[in-house]
Design a protein around this ligand. Structure first.
Ligand code: SAM
Length: 388
């Protein structure tokens, strides 16, 4: 069988309603970060999709692909992998692709009929395991001493895991030849600061120094005590205002999680000036633009307070991402955790790559800003760099 014939036949069988589940495995290159892909049919908004679950070394991602796009994804994957195993209602198929792309297709009819389960249930597969007791999670009360996640902390556990995934994704941007300097601005009770320390230092063995900064003295005192109890010697907590914190000259990673309103912008401004390679920021209470926005063309939307509030938040975060990308960062807005768990759900992820923006990117930003009559705090913070 030719390779193209395989793609056509497999696409047809995966999308005709008889597909129950399968796996694509055996990467051609050992160095391929993607190790295997699991496939299953799912129904979304009444239409059949194929869920591709991509298993990287330590991260699992999902994508639900509409049937008209399955061929392209298979083509992409089968250029990288040499084996396919697929179960259909009445048949099991095993495909082997040789180094030179010769295809062996073996189909075996099965006696019993397999059920096709179209439910869209995401399998939990976390970087922090659900059964293993982690000292910091036990100490913070998220887990019981034997490692069970307490019911009232299930959302927190999910949030911590999601955050650890983002940390893991950013590893390649962090320096390898020196102590990695990390700041968490507005660290509050510091669940995520402890998680960050645990993952990077204890699990990954990286040489790091982490500082959590917050305005609240009592909360910081408690965090200091927990860090001491856990023996986390490279983690410190300080009482202070982001705006007055000028102790550093160079920082590698800046995290701000739910720092309210323009506190996020202060932190982003600092991060950029210190040349942070990685910025992870989940903003909240994005009020700044709400009082500034004036855009008659959008009055159909903005006449409604609720919509104006949401629009202001989204515009604020879009402006933040755009400004970061104008000063040398690859910036993306990503979903932090599922919407049902919190409305504070946008994560700004920015990696410093030194990208040079095209001239029309500045114009695009200015036109958007002026259309809204916005005077973004972060723009003022980054004024010097933007004018260079
Ligand atoms: C909503 S809490 C989030 C805490 C933690 N990062 C989390 O995600 O669980 C926001 C924290 O930011 C702190 N904060 C707000 N403005 C600040 C500022 N200007 N300087 C330092 N901390 C600030 C508050 O004291 C509060 O603890």
């Amino acid at each position: 069988m030719q390779f193209e014939e395989l793609l056509t036949k497999l696409t047809e069988q995966l999308t005709n309603g008889t597909f129950a589940g399968g796996t694509i495995s055996q990467p051609r290159m050992k160095s391929d970060e993607l190790k295997r892909v699991r496939l299953k049919p799912v129904e979304l908004r009444g239409a059949l999709h194929i869920q591709f679950e991509y298993q990287y070394e330590r991260v699992l991602n999902h994508e639900n692909i509409a049937i008209e796009n399955v061929y392209d994804e298979l083509e992409n994957l089968l250029n990288r992998f040499r084996q396919v195993h697929a179960e259909f209602t009445n048949e099991t198929v095993h495909v082997q692709i040789s180094k030179k792309f010769k295809v062996m297709w073996k189909g075996k009819k099965t006696a019993s009929t397999k059920e096709v389960d179209l439910s869209h249930n995401r399998k939990k597969n976390y970087l922090l395991d659900e059964e293993t007791p982690y000292p910091f999670l036990v100490r913070l009360g998220v887990q019981t001493p034997d490692g069970k996640v307490r019911n009232q902390h299930q959302d927190k556990f999910r949030q911590i895991n999601r955050f650890v995934e983002f940390i893991d994704d950013s590893l390649s941007y962090l320096p390898k030849d020196k102590t990695i300097r990390i700041l968490d601005f507005g660290s509050g009770k510091s669940y995520l600061t402890f998680a960050l320390y645990h993952y990077l230092h204890i699990e990954k063995g990286l040489d790091i120094k982490v500082t959590g900064l917050d305005l609240k003295k009592e909360v910081i005192e408690e965090c200091c005590k927990i860090a001491e109890d856990l023996g986390y010697e490279y983690l410190e907590f300080l009482v202070g205002d982001i705006n007055d914190y000028n102790e550093e000259t160079s920082v590698d990673m800046v995290v701000t999680l739910h720092a309210c309103d323009v506190a996020t912008d202060m932190a982003l401004g600092r991060a950029v000036k210190w040349g942070a390679k990685v910025i992870l920021s989940v903003p909240c209470c994005q009020h700044e633009l709400f009082s500034q926005i004036k855009a008659p063309a959008l009055d159909v939307m903005l006449q409604h307070g609720l919509i104006k509030e949401r629009f202001s938040s989204l515009a604020t975060d879009s402006i933040r991402a755009e400004l970061l990308s104008l000063v040398g960062y690859e910036a993306q807005l990503l979903e932090f955790i599922d919407v049902e768990h919190t409305p504070k759900n946008v994560l700004i992820r920015a990696y410093h790559t030194g990208r040079k923006p095209a001239a029309d990117e500045f114009t695009r930003y200015e036109e958007f800003r002026d259309m809204l009559h916005a005077k973004p705090f972060l723009e003022k913070e980054l004024e010097d760099l933007l004018n260079q």
